[in-house]
Design a protein around this ligand. Structure first.
Ligand SMILES: Nc1ncnc2c1ncn2[C@@H]1O[C@H](COP(=O)(O)OP(=O)(O)OP(=O)(O)O)[C@@H](O)[C@H]1O
Length: 320
């Protein structure tokens, strides 16, 4: 667990980057810090691994104040992924990934084996990539290496600063999906900075929306941020399309499905899995020009979802 208590940062020139910030990140959850440029997101992240020292407040990591830790030790225990990745150009990919295990004094062979496992985990075939150098990789591949390197020593905490920023939207969506899949298996405590609200609501278990001057405007679930913005600033930031965005973050509620009685198969737009999000259901309804879609759980048919049902699920999700 990461806890920020009254954390503030005023730079030497008087710039207030972060105002008294209270924020709890529960274990094994992913929290996104989102907000306009210059609102203190990166500063907040860097205070957790002490690349920047706070001027006020304290940061507690698993019960201990980070200022009591040796900064170098601290950083070895926290994975850190940045946009420009920062791979060592003259070292091959496997060596890059094994950086922290090597610093931690792991046996060479063990560190190498771990690096190859990690490459596999992030979807880069070790046989192809282990011996290449950073300049022989695409931007998306380099970013995967950055994630592999941050995970190499299996740190419980990961800090990610615009980790999928420097790639095109298609690769970006792909990397996001892969990271979410990894996170389901690995269950790290992740603090991630992004300026993209779509990325924040897709990735975050919770989202912290920052306003200028490092003020925390709202800290909540993606559904609540989109469905019940705390103030005008948040409403404006999440944008006019927030109604549509909510579809992508709201789960299907099996209790609100309607029975199949009297519905002909031809009336259905098709079927979707109960674990899909409402945007998939809506997309299918619109594409097939129908008003009902069947919802299944494996081989089981659970019921029928209609636009009214979608509306009810959106409303209920915010009020939960
Ligand atoms: N070393 C520094 N000295 C003075 N001011 C700084 C320093 N580093 C950052 N700042 C200022 O602190 C504020 C917060 O910067 P920070 O990098 O945390 O914002 P951010 O939300 O991560 O921005 P972006 O999305 O553009 O990366 C900005 O106004 C920035 O100009």
């Amino acid at each position: 667990m990461i806890r920020l208590e009254g954390v503030g940062k005023t730079y030497e020139d008087g710039t207030v980057a972060v105002q008294s910030l209270d924020l709890d990140v529960a274990p094994n959850t992913l929290v996104c810090l989102v907000g306009p440029s210059g609102c203190g997101k990166s500063t907040t992240l860097k205070m957790v691994n002490r690349l920047i020292e706070p001027t006020t407040g304290r940061i507690v990591l698993d019960g201990s104040d980070v200022t009591d830790a040796d900064p170098v030790e601290l950083r070895r225990g926290i994975g850190y992924v940045i946009q420009q990745v920062g791979l060592f150009p003259h070292q091959d990919i496997a060596t890059n990934v094994a950086t922290v295990p090597s610093l931690l004094g792991w046996e060479k062979k063990k560190a190498k084996t771990r690096a190859l496992e990690l490459l596999e985990l992030v979807g880069l075939d070790p046989a192809t990539f282990a011996k290449r150098y950073p300049h022989q990789l695409s931007g998306g591949q380099r970013q995967r290496v950055g994630v592999a390197r941050a995970l190499a020593a299996d740190p419980p905490v990961l800090l990610m600063d615009e980790p999928f920023g420097a790639v095109d939207p298609v690769v970006r969506a792909h990397l996001q999906d892969e990271f979410l899949r990894l996170q389901r298996d690995l269950g790290k405590t992740v603090l991630m900075v992004t300026h993209d609200i779509d990325e924040a609501v897709k990735m975050g278990d919770r989202v912290a929306v920052f306003a200028a001057g490092g003020r925390l405007a709202q800290y909540d679930t993606p559904a609540a941020i989109l469905g019940a913005p705390a103030d005008e600033f948040v409403a404006e930031f999440v944008g006019r399309a927030r109604g549509l965005r909510r579809l992508a973050v709201t789960a299907i509620d099996p209790a609100r499905l309607e029975p199949l009685d009297g519905v002909a198969a031809a009336d259905l737009a098709g079927t979707i899995d109960v674990h899909a999000r409402l945007d998939e259901a809506m997309a299918l309804l619109l594409r097939e020009d129908k008003a009902m879609v069947g919802v299944t759980d494996g081989a089981r048919f659970l019921g029928v979802l209609t636009p009214n049902g979608i509306h009810a699920m959106l409303r209920a999700d915010v009020n939960r």
